[in-house]
Design a protein. Structure first.
Length: 82
């Protein structure tokens, strides 16, 4: 097992280093990383794709991800038998 030290000089726990982390828990909580975000893209009506973006990239592009049309859930929730 390899002993890994954080940039602050403290020891990184062995379980964290086995998973590939190079920072201690204290530094990880002080410098949080925004999680990636995704958007469903429908090229065709049957198969959707998930586009994964970094948080910064998603903020720049979110104005283009406006829903188009009505939701299928709203269409099925109407009472069509009356």
């Amino acid at each position: 097992m390899k002993i890994v030290y954080c940039d602050c000089g403290s020891l990184v726990r062995p379980t964290r280093s086995e998973l590939g982390f190079t920072t201690c828990i204290r530094c990880a909580h002080e410098n949080p990383v925004e999680p990636p975000k995704g958007v469903m893209i429908y090229d065709h009506k049957t198969g959707g794709q998930l586009e994964v973006h970094s948080a910064e990239s998603w903020r720049e592009k979110k104005k283009y991800y406006v829903p188009n049309g009505r939701s299928c859930v709203k269409n099925f929730s109407r009472n069509v038998c009356s």
